[in-house]
Design a protein. Structure first.
Length: 184
């Protein structure tokens, strides 16, 4: 072999050894992982208000079967659940009802009727909450004239829900949802 070829091969071998040494050093000094994709879903609260019947007759001393219930749909987030009961003028003088177990009276409510609330936790299945104790309202022992004096006797039920996360008190929750009553 010629001397020039030997030198060329020696230099080439040296460059190759240096290249391998530097390449393996970089391989040890640098690394990369695979990617992880985070998928976020939006939390949701879905409620429904139902009742079997909604037409009744006011008769003194009668117990009227009335079964409004709020259904918190499956996989709804932890929430504050409210039921607002609006009464027509004078109805509270002739009609009485009590709240079903689990509902609490909202202490600062100043409207006509009632406002009750409860905390509801996340569940994989739908949860039903009846509103009235024993599903009845009672007509007081009053005269027919007194019953007739109530103009357009109506009870109107409206349900609201507000997520519990970052809403620490029932007052904060009601402040969040009470504005919804201005929208249809």
């Amino acid at each position: 072999m010629k001397k020039g070829t030997k030198i060329f091969l020696l230099v080439l071998s040296f460059v190759l050894v240096i290249g391998v040494a530097i390449g393996t050093s970089f391989a040890f000094l640098f690394d990369r992982t695979g990617t992880i994709e985070n998928v976020f879903t939006v939390g949701n609260i879905e409620i429904e208000l139902t009742e079997t019947n909604n037409t009744y007759k006011l008769v003194a001393c009668a117990e009227i079967s009335k079964d409004p219930k709020v259904i918190v749909k499956e996989r709804s987030e932890d929430c504050w659940l409210f039921i607002k009961i609006d009464e027509s003028d004078g109805l509270s003088e002739v009609l009485k009802y009590k709240r079903a177990d689990g509902w609490e009276i909202y202490p600062e409510y100043s409207g006509q009727g009632s406002l009750w609330y409860r905390k509801v936790s996340y569940a994989e299945t739908a949860q039903e909450f009846y509103v009235l104790k024993d599903n009845i309202v009672t007509v007081e022992d009053v005269t027919t004239k007194k019953l007739q004096s109530v103009q357009n006797p109506t009870l109107t039920f409206t349900a609201y829900a507000c997520q519990q996360l970052s809403v620490n008190t029932v007052q904060e929750a009601w402040a969040e949802v009470s504005d919804l009553s201005n929208y249809s």
